[in-house]
Design a protein around this ligand. Structure first.
Ligand SMILES: Cc1ncc(COP(=O)(O)O)c(C=O)c1O
Length: 366
């Protein structure tokens, strides 16, 4: 069986993780210590931002970033509906309203024109969350210009796009704030949960630091509403510092695998994404087929695991049934949810496995 992910460390990785864990355990300092500070500094540098604030997971990162830019229960926030209910979960925790924007057919990313049309209506909009889905960097200068034109805050969801870059900018560096998840399967993954918020604004960074720890502005002194507890553990930060050193090389390997798939898969009932440069970090390799379920069954018979990212758009989730936000029509989002199929794409796949996956897709008698 070719699994969808292989998270078990190599012997070399395992030795590094054990050494880091031993050091943290022996230090007796498990939260808010040197490992977290070192990782935050390195990750801010890596992402081309000035401050990184470690938090407990990517959904908290979204929620705290949104709160930090002023999103509250009165706010309306533009976002996409084609991920796993992440931004919607953060918005619901804040009591804010999602304004779902449809996506482009080829990139699966927020359609800039649809956002422009929404802004031009003059209807209330307080922030925009752009998700770099599957590891593909959205056109951030264009989103930045539009957000500035209308005076709307811009947040990047980089949970699937650690290290993606284009021209002279990195994922996470052009939004007011950027949210990251370090869930184990992410391109930069912890050995448990983890997340971070990056920003170039000292004031917004300060907000995030307050909100992530009870609203404290000084130890035991609460400066305002909206605080909660969301911290990145020392042990996870130590693991992440190890993983960060390999991120660019692992992203390059993911890209090579995606490249091989896009060149090798020639089945005429399957649409593959185009070969891309460093603006795509191969978090997920997603193909499209009308009979997606038939293809998944064929690959399963061939010993290849697949997955669907994501089968139910946010506005069609049952828990949204009563909400006005769910009444929106998103034709492309809805169509893609029925077509997309993810193939295994991660740094531990061997070349033989890549060849086997290509051969299996091409041999599908649909
Ligand atoms: C695009 C996106 N945003 C946010 C999240 C939420 O991250 P977490 O699972 O760490 O809360 C994820 C992770 O699954 C994600 O893929």
């Amino acid at each position: 069986m070719i699994p969808f992910n292989k998270l078990t460390p190599t012997p070399d990785e395992e030795a590094q993780f054990y050494k880091a864990a031993e050091q943290v355990i022996a230090s007796g300092w498990y939260i808010n210590g040197n490992n977290c500070a070192a990782f935050e500094e390195n990750f801010a540098n890596f992402t081309g931002t000035t401050t990184c604030v470690g938090v407990a997971n990517g959904t908290d990162a979204l929620e705290i970033a949104l709160r930090s830019v002023g999103v509250s229960a009165d706010s309306t926030v533009a976002t996409v509906a084609n991920a796993g209910f992440y931004t919607t979960t953060a918005l619901r925790a804040l009591g804010a309203t999602p304004a779902y924007i449809d996506v482009e057919s080829d990139t699966h990313l927020m359609a800039l024109d649809a956002l422009r049309e929404r802004l031009a209506t003059g209807a209330k909009l307080d922030a925009i969350v752009v998700t770099h889905l599957y590891g593909l960097l959205a056109d951030m200068p264009a989103f930045r210009a539009l957000a500035d034109q209308y005076g709307v805050r811009l947040i990047e969801d980089c949970a699937q796009a650690h290290g993606a870059r284009r021209d002279d900018y990195m994922a996470g560096s052009l939004g007011d704030m950027a949210a990251y998840s370090f869930y184990p399967t992410k391109n930069l993954g912890a050995l448990g949960d983890g997340g971070a918020i990056c920003t170039r604004s000292d004031a917004l960074a300060q907000n995030a630091k307050h909100f992530k720890q009870y609203g404290w502005t000084a130890k035991y002194v609460v400066g305002g509403q909206g605080g909660r507890n969301s911290r990145l553990d020392e042990i996870q930060a130590a693991f992440l510092s190890i993983q960060l050193e390999h991120l660019d090389a692992n992203n390059a390997r993911r890209r090579d695998i995606a490249h091989a798939f896009s060149q090798g898969i020639t089945h005429n009932a399957v649409t593959t994404p185009p070969v891309r440069g460093e603006d795509y970090v191969g978090h997920l390799y997603v193909i499209k087929a009308d009979n997606r379920d038939g293809l998944a069954a064929h690959l399963k018979d061939a010993g290849i695991a697949t997955d669907i990212h994501f089968p139910v758009p946010d506005h069609q989730q049952l828990v949204m049934a009563e909400s006005d936000a769910a009444k929106v029509s998103l034709p492309m989002t809805e169509a893609l949810a029925g077509l997309c199929l993810s193939l295994p794409c991660h740094p531990k796949i061997t070349d033989d496995e890549v060849d086997a996956i290509i051969a299996a897709v091409n041999s599908w008698a649909c």
